[in-house]
Write a protein of this length. Structure first.
Length: 162
């Protein structure tokens, strides 16, 4: 039960960033064009799928969550993480861009840009230095071979097992 609670509480972050803040920013979320809305929903679906796959990978392999209060115990270099270092955040940005399209909202698009900038700084200043300390050469090699934001088509295959 405790693990279930930890996993559920980790949903606070994506719920806040992807639903609550956009709703606060744009409290008049009306559908003005069904075709544009449909395109936005399709893009949102892609982002949510990316978040779901990478979150389950985090839980299964990393034995933790994306939440700082329940960090992973193991380094995760599987599935999407072999192509890009931050697929959960990329998925979240895709969701926010989809929302900005679905509701034709410049404000939500600006929030997507701010969200990206906050995460970019967080990863450079805090997350990556801590992952280097926690996982050592394994993470440093991974960091050299796999981009932070732009996915590579060819997956990185680590030489060591973890």
């Amino acid at each position: 039960m405790n693990n279930v609670f930890k996993h559920l509480t980790s949903l606070v972050l994506p719920f806040t960033a992807l639903l609550f803040i956009p709703w606060i920013i744009e409290n008049n979320l009306a559908i003005s064009n069904v075709w544009i809305f449909s395109i936005g929903v399709f893009i949102i679906s892609i982002g949510l799928l990316c978040i779901a796959i990478t979150t389950f990978t985090f839980i299964k392999i990393g034995k933790g969550t994306l939440a700082p209060w329940n960090p992973t115990k193991n380094i995760v270099i599987k599935e999407m993480y072999r192509h890009v270092r931050n697929p959960i955040i990329i998925g979240a940005i895709i969701v926010l861009i989809g929302e900005s399209i679905a509701f034709i909202s410049l404000n939500i698009f600006i929030w997507a840009c701010v969200f990206f900038l906050i995460n970019h700084l967080y990863f450079i200043l805090y997350e990556e230095p801590n992952l280097e300390k926690k996982f050592g050469d394994t993470y440093i090699n991974y960091k050299i071979k796999v981009n932070r934001w732009i996915p590579k088509l060819k997956p990185y295959i680590p030489t060591e097992t973890y």
